[in-house]
Design a protein around this ligand. Structure first.
Ligand SMILES: [Zn+2]
Length: 414
């Protein structure tokens, strides 16, 4: 997990709850600790150079710093900084500084920073309060916020649930569930991205193994799962090897409830039911590494069907979006216990044609409701040279929608 991913949940948890923008806190961490690589960050988990002070009872870390005097003479001083068991302590202290000021005589010092929704205003207030000696401090923070797109963390809620989606395979590994119509790695990536969209629409944060055609070995793959902060993981796959139907696999240590719920949801979309199972490897461990190596994250492997089965393949090609949504919806409703917000359908295009005249409406509606009239229009149009024979082929193959017919009508009658 990189520095930003590590700091962001803390900045959201403690910053957001107290009116301090997470983006500003993260930018301060990046700048002041050089993304966690400074001595103070490495040795004391202190990202913001917070001094120990007289009231501090926790651990300290002493840094010998040089200061140049007025006459160019260099003196050394030992400064004691707060030492924390993790980054969380220093985030709490930074936020406390903003909410409580720097002492009873100046407790409103950072009031301008609080409750801001615009990071530039928050940072301007920080500068005005004299937070840093560096005259370019504000400018540097803004630069980092924009460079790393940190404002996205300002929009996240403190206890937003997280789910991990693992599109199987990738890169040089196409996956065994590959046939002439699709490769497993591409199909499961499409399914995974579709699921991501549905989760995010419903206020659930998604972390993924990969969002493009990347090869990820088992160790980095499972490390990403463990570092995500997610409690649940869906590992998407297409099967092969001479079977039929969808199946879900849970850990030998887990209850089959979620795996069963997912399979039932897929079956409700038309998938053939194969089985829910778990598989033991050596000793008392799971056979599949996505179960064995993902720690406490509850992982279900979902096999949407067999790439070497014609019926499964046709269903996957036709219904992969439905399958993806069904799985996401199951988690949203039954695992995260949230009300599922269905997607707003934008079918206006197909259902509501707008007309400027009643006569035209009657003509068009008559045309659209009669197969014979459409056929006649196509033949008349081709004969008159209004359009080509390709439209007869399309019509015969039932490839034309309302708008196509209407378009041909307009071409023929213009
Ligand atoms: Zn696979």
């Amino acid at each position: 997990m990189n520095f930003i991913e590590q700091l962001a949940p803390l900045a959201i948890k403690h910053g957001k709850a107290n009116g301090v923008l997470p983006s500003m806190i993260i930018a301060q961490g990046i700048l002041e600790s050089r993304s966690g690589t400074s001595e103070l960050a490495r040795k004391a988990n202190n990202l913001f150079g917070i001094k120990a002070g007289s009231g501090w009872t926790g651990g300290t870390y002493t840094v010998r710093t040089s200061e140049q005097g007025q006459h160019g003479n260099v003196t050394y001083i030992n400064a004691a900084f707060r030492k924390y068991p993790s980054y969380e302590g220093c985030v709490i202290d930074l936020v406390h500084k903003y909410t409580h000021g720097t002492g009873w005589e100046d407790h409103n010092r950072y009031a301008g920073v609080l409750g801001q929704t615009d990071y530039k205003k928050a940072i301007t207030a920080l500068k005005a309060a004299g937070y840093a000696a560096d005259v370019k401090y504000a400018e540097k923070l803004i630069e980092r916020i924009e460079q790393y797109n940190l404002t996205k963390y300002d929009k996240e809620e403190p206890d937003m649930p997280v789910i991990f989606i693992d599109p199987g395979h990738g890169g040089k590994d196409p996956g065994g569930g590959t046939n002439k119509q699709f490769t497993e790695k591409d199909m499961v990536l499409k399914i995974s991205l579709e699921q991501k969209r549905h989760f995010e629409r419903n206020g659930i944060k998604v972390v993924m193994t990969r969002t493009n055609d990347e090869y990820v070995d088992s160790v980095p793959r499972t490390n990403r799962v463990k570092a995500s902060g997610a409690q649940y993981c869906i590992s998407n796959h297409i099967n092969a090897g001479g079977g039929e139907g969808a199946e879900t696999i849970h850990s030998i240590h887990a209850s089959p409830v979620i795996a069963t719920g997912i399979l039932d949801a897929l079956v409700a979309c038309g998938a053939k039911k194969r089985r829910v199972f778990s598989r033991k490897g050596n000793g008392n461990t799971d056979y599949y590494y996505m179960h064995r190596m993902t720690g406490s994250v509850s992982t279900v492997i979902v096999e949407y069907g067999f790439a070497d089965n014609t019926s499964d393949t046709q269903k996957i090609i036709k219904d992969w979006k439905k399958y993806a949504e069904a799985v996401a919806r199951y988690y949203i409703e039954h695992v995260f216990k949230k009300k599922y917000v269905a997607e707003v359908q934008t079918e206006k295009e197909d259902d509501e044609l707008e007309f400027t005249s009643g006569t035209l409406r009657n003509t068009v509606e008559g045309l659209l409701s009669s197969h014979a009239k459409q056929k006649q229009l196509i033949e008349d149009g081709i004969k008159a040279g209004s359009f080509g024979t390709v439209w007869r082929d399309k019509f015969d193959k039932k490839q034309l929608g309302k708008h196509d017919i209407l378009g041909l009508y307009m071409l023929h009658h213009k």
